[in-house]
Write a protein that binds this ligand. Structure first.
Ligand SMILES: [Zn+2]
Length: 505
């Protein structure tokens, strides 16, 4: 009898083992969690939100669940342990941020599945910067649109919103010291960017209030509301104020900021780094920006300055002489270094596009590597922090399908976006901490309407979120494609436009 019992016990154990093996733990979550284990039973998705929730915020308790696994402090802050049982949900985290991410996981589970399997999840981010950039200069989108995207970012555990607020076709931020920036250069007669900008020279601006005018800007009150909304979702908003290029609009409002050339020179975009008044302008603008945005970072642009005017401008030439600069590239570098010093005096660090490497990089600058990954690699080797946002993977104005509405640029399909590996070849383990993370950029030259902007973002942003959060070994294209289609359906139900925007036959 005893022997029979023993045989049954062994048989039960073997069958149990076989059934857990057959039941490959599968989750529909994006980003894929680090450790996901199934428990017996399930809960209906609609009930999940009403279940009793027990939260414990304790670093010690969380570390016990990590069983000796080493995490960086910033990872620990976002990490969480989550148990979904039939009668309740338990969360353990070291910080409120971890609790927030556990709840985002629950929210996504409840939305994706009518029946949620009971499970345990141990999860933490791979990279600390998981970003998205929105260009509101070429075409303007207001605060409701911005908040809607922040909501989706939070669900995807993304934590940096790069706000491209100013550029040639429109200044979109209230600055009290320089009211013409928004009274004049936030408004233009033509709504569609390409109708306004012809032959790569900007078009006209018209005054606020002119009938039929296109444009808009964010007041300080709008910004405060956006920041409060982002803060509740553990998203840092990083403002960008472009310099020295991409300033056609600034020069339209304040022509004295251009180089002193009889015909305006060849470059209609640049500020004059020779004139002291240019620095006065930038510093006053930045002081108001610093007051509005609590982020430690200020993005100063730094890209695509052509520098032809500087070769001819007497003020620029005088500056080069007095500073002992031989090339105009060094003049750009002079400007960026000077603005970095100013930012430091106010407790800020600068981020710039990878052109800020030209002529020598400011000592503490973070580089956004957009010309492929070479610039990022160079910056990392020189000891700088880098955010990867390479055009051929992460430029979300590029088309995802040749058949889509207004296809431009290269083909950047969902699979292509998903395939980017941020630890690019050549980055040593010792330098890996300089890779802060990844960011998708939505430039809006061709993207006028809100639905179009969302169609360019989704589902590709899902892929960027997973690359930023999920551990490298968790990434697998066929499985991601499956999960992305589930999440796309959910996002559509919530009112987002996801590509393809209409059901495919
Ligand atoms: Zn000049």
């Amino acid at each position: 009898m005893f022997r029979m019992k023993k045989i049954f016990l062994v048989l039960a154990l073997v069958l149990g083992w076989i059934s857990t093996q057959a039941q490959t733990p599968q989750t529909n979550l994006i980003p894929a969690p680090a450790v996901y284990s199934l428990r017996s039973g399930s809960v209906s998705g609609s009930k999940l939100a009403c279940l009793h929730e027990k939260v414990r915020i304790s670093e010690k308790a969380l570390l016990r669940r990590f069983k000796g696994r080493k995490l960086a402090d910033w990872q620990l802050k976002s990490a969480y342990w989550l148990e979904v049982g039939k009668k309740g949900v338990k969360i353990v985290a070291a910080d409120e941020e971890g609790v927030f991410y556990a709840r985002q996981t629950l929210k996504m589970m409840a939305s994706l599945d009518s029946s949620v399997s009971c499970c345990t999840i141990l999860d933490w981010p791979r990279l600390r910067y998981r970003g998205m950039m929105l260009d509101v200069s070429r075409h303007f989108q207001g605060k409701d649109f911005v908040m809607k995207q922040l909501e989706m970012m939070a669900l995807l555990k993304m934590n940096r919103f790069h706000f491209h607020l100013v550029d040639n076709p429109g200044w979109r931020l209230q600055i009290d010291a320089y009211p013409s920036l928004t009274k004049l250069t936030a408004w233009r007669p033509q709504a569609f960017f390409w109708d306004w900008e012809k032959n790569e020279i900007g078009g006209p601006f018209v005054e606020e209030g002119t009938p039929g005018v296109y444009g808009g800007y964010f007041t300080k009150q709008d910004i405060a509301e956006i920041l409060a909304f982002a803060d509740e979702r553990h998203i840092e908003v990083i403002p960008e104020i472009e310099m020295p290029g991409h300033n056609y609009e600034t020069r339209a409002a304040y022509p004295e900021l251009a180089c002193s050339l009889p015909s305006g020179g060849k470059d209609p975009w640049e500020l004059c780094p020779g004139k002291e008044s240019t620095f006065e302008f930038l510093e006053k603008v930045l002081l108001e920006v610093f007051d509005m945005f609590p982020s430690r970072y200020i993005h100063i642009g730094g890209d695509e300055a052509r520098k032809n005017n500087w070769k001819l401008c007497p003020d620029c030439q005088a500056r080069m002489k007095s500073e002992g600069l031989e090339r105009v590239e060094e003049l750009q570098s002079y400007m960026i270094r000077r603005m970095e010093r100013f930012a430091h005096e106010h407790g800020k660090r600068i981020i710039g596009w990878d052109e800020i490497l030209q002529g020598g990089l400011a000592p503490d600058a973070t580089v956004m590597s957009w010309h492929g990954t070479e610039a990022g690699l160079q910056a990392v080797r020189e000891g700088h922090d880098v955010i990867f946002t390479p055009t051929h993977y992460y430029y979300l104005d590029y088309h995802q399908d040749p058949a889509q509405f207004r296809p431009v640029g290269r083909l950047v399909s969902l699979e292509k976006v998903y395939s980017f590996e941020p630890m690019v070849e050549g980055i040593s383990e010792a330098d890996a901490h300089h890779v802060l993370g990844v960011q998708g950029n939505l430039w809006t030259e061709h993207v006028q309407d809100a639905w179009h902007a969302e169609m360019m973002l989704y589902p590709r942003v899902f892929a960027i979120a997973e690359t930023g959060w999920s551990q490298a070994e968790k990434k697998e294209w066929p499985d991601f494609e499956r999960r992305a289609s589930f999440l796309s359906d959910v996002a559509r139900k919530w009112g987002y436009t996801v590509y393809p925007p209409f059901p495919q036959e």
